[in-house]
Write a new protein. Sequence first.
Length: 228
Amino acid sequence: MKKTTFVALLLLSFQSFANDVTHSLQAIESEWASIYYNLPKDKKEEAFNALLNKTTQLANQFPNNPETLFWQAVIIATNAELQDGFKALKAIHKSRDLLLEAVKINPETANGSAYVTLGTLYYMVPKWPIAFGDSEKAEKMFQAALKINPNGIDTNYYYGDFLLEKNQFQEAQKYFEKALSTPSRAEQLFADDKLKEEVRFALLNTKNRKLNGVRNAFLSLFNSASLK
């Protein structure tokens, strides 16, 4: 076999591998959004557990793939909202560890969304000794995400929410407006459009200077009251 033919076959095999992973991850993201936005609360935990099993199988099939680690972390963190305090606390630590592993492999995992999720965890969870909440770390994570994907819907929305929590209304409004100006992804139109609905609600509350406006239900349990 000629060397050039062999190299071409290797490249084709790699492309097939990449396409398989990408297609599977897009399906996982779509299913996550459907569960998160459409299912009643009493049906969500079972559905998220099934999706986590599917994602874990994919991670085992493609070891050291940071995107699969990212989606395991997202599902675990989201599902924690439905669990009691001890299980939720364990879950958020597991989610953080998976995200840190993912960005160690590839800092640009999920086009910056791994850093967005880390930032959200760091500012929403309780501080030590209960958990690992840290506003300074949250800021660093969001800034890292913005460098990778400055126009991302999730990047700008969650950073805006972080700023709103700190009463920085003008800055929060700027990032919410930027999130709304970003086109939704064609392959994930439902998830992006749903997130934009939350951005619009957050923007309205920001303009009205309401501190206790909308916070995405995603990770909403991560406050000290819910872990008592």
